[in-house]
Design a protein. Structure first.
Length: 276
């Protein structure tokens, strides 16, 4: 069965006290994550899976339903407004014994258990010390395991959570958008979101990977998949506002190929795969 918005809405609406706006946010992100991570889970060698920043647990629950022989662990400190409905974890945990949730920061976690796949979706940009994060997750991998990171690429001067341009650096951007940032955080109940953002880009991360002599690659297919999401995911399109409209125009006139393929302008989103 293909996972759909309609199916997830019916299944989880009561979990969120019938808060349709919040459900839309959670479900559309879960659908995106499901489409991206499923391709890795087709590998039968992957038996233990960890999601860093598992939030409400919906994505892990649906992945486990599709791959019932695999073990899933979700790690999340549960500190932001994204966790207004923490009881979803309790409900999911009671129904699905092959999933466990750990409320802790990944960098301070001590566990003897190893994983074949550790992934995060839109979490890496919230990590203060990204190099420490990579080292920590590498230490948690089995031999031939993989780390998969989906994250904004701030080498392209755009911030997708607030839907604003990055003006030179974070400090100057805050100077120009301070009032808007405050209003946005109050509206979304994500107080401290801007302060916690790490707007390092692909280039800086790649320097670290090269220095460590790690095996890695950036999956270029994420570009087409993100364009497809803007086209088909109406809720995501609405969240991205003007940026989504410009993206669709670029795609229609094939300007995306000129900008990102020919002129080599950094794409604003990345999929990083690190192999042990």
């Amino acid at each position: 069965m293909n996972l759909t918005y309609k199916y997830l809405k019916k299944k989880y609406l009561s979990f969120f006290d019938y808060d349709i706006e919040y459900l839309n946010f959670v479900v559309t992100d879960a659908l995106f994550g499901y489409s991206q991570i499923s391709k890795y889970l087709k590998d039968k060698k992957i038996k233990r899976v960890c999601e860093v920043g598992s939030g409400t647990g919906i994505l892990l629950n649906e992945l486990q339903n599709k791959y019932p022989k695999k073990k899933f662990v979700g790690i999340d400190p549960g500190e932001s407004g994204y966790h207004n409905y923490r009881d979803t974890l309790t409900k999911i945990g009671k129904k699905n014994k092959n999933i466990s949730f750990i409320k802790k920061n990944i960098t301070s976690l001590n566990t003897p258990k190893k994983f074949d796949l550790i992934f995060s979706i839109n979490v890496f940009e919230h990590v203060k010390d990204q190099k420490k994060y990579i080292n920590k997750t590498l230490s948690m991998l089995n031999k031939n395991g993989k780390i998969v990171i989906f994250s904004p690429n701030y080498d392209f001067p755009y911030e997708p959570h607030f839907v604003i341009p990055i003006i030179i650096n974070k400090k100057i951007t805050e100077f120009f958008f301070k009032d808007y940032l405050i209003r946005h955080e109050k509206k979304t109940k994500e107080i401290g979101l801007w302060k916690g953002l790490n707007i390092s880009g692909k280039r800086e991360i790649e320097k670290f990977l090269l220095k460590k002599k790690l095996k890695y690659f950036f999956d270029k297919s994420i570009k087409d998949q993100m364009f497809e999401r803007v086209t088909k995911d109406k809720i995501f399109e609405k969240r991205q506002g003007l940026a989504a409209k410009l993206t669709k125009i670029f795609r229609f006139f094939f300007l995306d190929k000129l900008i990102f393929d020919i002129l080599k302008i950094p794409f604003p989103y990345m999929e990083l795969v690190i192999k042990k």
